[in-house]
Write a protein that binds this ligand. Structure first.
Ligand code: ASP
Length: 273
């Protein structure tokens, strides 16, 4: 039995953009579903989301306070707990999740940032991006209007009971240059462990970092918790403990999906065998 769940970011999603964001998720599910292993499923789904400018990730990433893009992304698989993260990379690679994957597969480090991550991308032959694709005036105008806080993520359980999670983001509009959020930090913005399940967060990353929220959720699943109640409890904690805003998607060992958010909307979709 396979399960794949994706989200397009917790946020205000006001106006016509909400329907566009909801509609874009089917393509991400299709991309992920064409693979069999949890790891391939989440990477393919997130790559598809990074290609859709409606989301705050990849080519649609939002601008920081200095007017440029810095991507964060993270990836984890729950069998051997391998993790890769990249932070504050400047609109360098076509798919930030590919660079996170390269960090994970290289295995020496868990997290690379800024110029070192750029050098690593070149050395590993990760597909680079033409900076022009990110910075159209149209998108800049739209971003100011649409993009405040959102990100993209995917969680999966495959037929062999393996879990994986992938997340990718531009952070949020007006963040300080050099700011790294929860999305490349295992335990905060994402976590996977075959003993319990996988979780991906979205929202103001500082709250997720302070609570190590995704690790808490997966620990609850490992102790026998259900995806839905664990997701709801996590967002209740986020609200209560740190006055945070955001959402979470979770998959447990039964293949059940849990979804919770405390923002006006969080586009999400899931598929199960
Ligand atoms: N969590 C991301 C960050 O704080 C943003 C988001 O998910 O909307 O960088």
């Amino acid at each position: 039995m396979r399960t794949l769940a994706v989200h397009g970011g917790a946020g205000p999603w006001e106006g016509p953009v909400r329907a566009t964001a909801d509609a874009g998720l089917e393509g991400a599910l299709d991309a992920g579903w064409s693979h069999q292993t949890a790891l391939e499923m989440v990477v393919a789904a997130v790559r598809a989301l990074e290609d859709n400018p409606v989301y705050n990730a990849g080519i649609g990433a939002t601008f920081n306070s200095a007017g440029f893009i810095e991507h964060d992304a993270g990836l984890m698989e729950g069998t051997t707990l391998r993790v890769g993260g990249v932070g504050a990379i400047r609109a360098l690679v076509r798919h930030p999740i590919d660079l996170a994957r390269a960090v994970m597969e290289d295995g020496r480090h868990v997290l690379l940032v800024a110029d070192g991550a750029a050098e690593f991308a070149r050395a590993k032959g990760v597909e680079l991006a033409d900076p022009a694709i990110f910075e159209t005036e149209r998108r800049r105008g739209q971003l100011e209007e649409w993009k405040r806080v959102d990100t993209v993520g995917a969680v999966a359980r495959d037929a062999d009971g393996r879990f994986a999670v992938a997340v990718s983001t531009g952070g949020y509009t007006g963040k300080l240059p050099g700011r790294v959020g929860d999305s490349p930090i295992p335990g905060a913005g994402f976590y996977a462990d075959d003993r319990g399940g996988a979780a991906a967060g979205t929202g103001r990353g500082e709250g997720y970092l302070r609570l190590a929220l995704c690790k808490e959720v997966v620990d609850e699943l490992a102790a026998g918790g259900f995806a839905e109640t664990a997701a709801e409890a996590a967002i209740a904690r986020l609200t209560r403990r740190v006055d945070g805003t955001g959402g979470i998607i979770v998959v447990d060992s039964r293949g059940e999906v849990g979804i919770a958010f405390n923002t006006p909307h969080m586009p999400w979709a899931a598929r199960r065998d």
